[in-house]
Design a protein around this ligand. Structure first.
Ligand SMILES: [Zn+2]
Length: 243
């Protein structure tokens, strides 16, 4: 259910794995994504189960409509209705106990918190979002709310690793021209992109020093959903909040 969790910085960070939910194949078991073809009731039940395991109210978790872009929304409470959910890839709040969530299945989930300023962010960084700068945009929005990059604690969750994310040579060149740290090669010797490495390089340049990266590669782990491996599959979630 909750594959990774820590709160030693004062902020709560959690990432799910695929087990402990009610979804049927190919979304078994804990699919938290509402736009992947799974039964709606199963997704809502899974969101309740995951929130319960974290000591949260499912109705109080803030989700986003992710579109692989650079846009950020500042929020101070749950969306009033599904129609109000904005098309953004990062959300930021200064409200205590408000949990922000990001959905992924290979893309890099990025959770950020400045426990002193009381500001947190959740961001979805796939290859396009990383290149578009969604993570620096999230840090910028946090800074406007009083956060200091030197105090920001960053966690990236399970994602496809650079040895597994094969891309055409031209695409690797385009990505590396923007973010050299994302240049990678697959374990079978072809061009690849390491999105998580790119995200960490971006955070390092912004002065975010307290960074941890999940050791899990979603494509290699059968305890995690992987779009590149399975195509039709569920979504994992990352959650961040402050007391
Ligand atoms: Zn891998």
């Amino acid at each position: 259910m909750i594959g990774q969790r820590d709160n030693d910085s004062g902020a709560h960070f959690a990432f799910t794995d695929r087990w402990g939910g009610v979804s049927a194949a190919p979304y078994e078991e804990l699919n938290l994504g509402g736009a992947v073809g799974d039964d709606r009731e199963a997704v809502l039940r899974n969101r309740e189960l995951a929130a319960g395991a974290l000591g949260l109210e499912a109705s109080g978790v803030v989700w986003m409509h992710q579109v692989h872009g650079p846009d950020v929304a500042v929020v101070d409470g749950p969306w009033a209705s599904e129609a109000d959910i904005p098309s953004v890839d990062a959300i930021v709040t200064a409200r205590p106990r408000l949990a922000l969530a990001v959905l992924t299945a290979d893309c890099t989930p990025v959770l950020l918190a400045d426990p002193v300023a009381g500001v947190v962010a959740a961001a979805h960084a796939g290859r396009p979002g990383m290149i578009a700068g969604v993570v620096p945009a999230a840090v910028g929005a946090m800074t406007e709310l009083g956060a200091d990059p030197a105090r920001i604690v960053a966690r990236t969750g399970p994602a496809v690793c650079g040895r597994c994310y094969e891309v055409p040579e031209q695409m690797r060149a385009e990505v590396a021209a923007v973010e050299p740290a994302a240049y990678a090669e697959t374990s079978w010797g072809t061009p690849a992109v390491d999105v998580t490495a790119g995200v960490h390089a971006q955070l390092e340049r912004l002065g975010v020093r307290d960074r941890r990266q999940s050791p899990v590669c979603t494509r290699e782990s059968h305890d995690h959903f992987s779009y590149r491996r399975d195509k039709v599959t569920g979504r994992l979630a990352g959650y961040v909040w402050l007391d």
